[in-house]
Ligand binder design. Sequence first.
Ligand code: ADP
Length: 209
Amino acid sequence: MARVDTTPLKPFSVGLTGGIGSGKTTVADLFAARGASVIDTDHIAHQLTVAGGPAIAAILARFGDRFLTPDGALDRARMREYVFADPAAKASLEAILHPLIRVETERAAAQAGGAYLLFVVPLLVESGSWRERVSRVLVVDCPEQLQVERVMQRSALSDAQVRAIMATQVRREQRLAAADDVVVNDGEPAALVPQVDRLHALYSRLAAA
Ligand code: ADP
């Protein structure tokens, strides 16, 4: 007897990435305004580590309460500093967070109702498996000096601290080499609009095909 295949078809999806401060959130917001279902993995990671969040018990068990704020959330700045200097601790933290991020991402994707899925994944090129999970890779690109200036303007980080974070991410050229599509964000925010319009039209067509 023929069996009905209930495996869900892989929907058309875009993985949006870019270095810190390149403009991922700014660009993703423009896609969301046009009807894409935006799923931000950074936001999901953040939600996992708020007070009472699903990752807190495992973090407490592995690292102790010195990495929690008084109200019980992950002290992100302290943890960032700690794992920066200790690759084994970084691997432990990722072993806690990555499976949970994956589950929550899939849950959000299953519930999404937009024209297509657009995942915002800061370390998409670095993390390997993401590239296979999306139909297309979209890179938001800008010169490194602009990344530094933007991040310093929005946070309390120094030039050296921003550059240290950038040193943990792939270089601009390597990220661009992984791109199917590129949004150039090196000028006025208004210059993003025609680029996003063109890509949204393309993605809508591909999603409908
Ligand atoms: P990411 O999500 O890649 O870290 P954001 O979209 O948050 O980057 O942008 C980083 C900062 O730079 C934000 O404060 C944002 O408002 C600002 N920004 C982004 N694009 C531009 C632009 N074209 N011109 C001026 N400021 C920008």
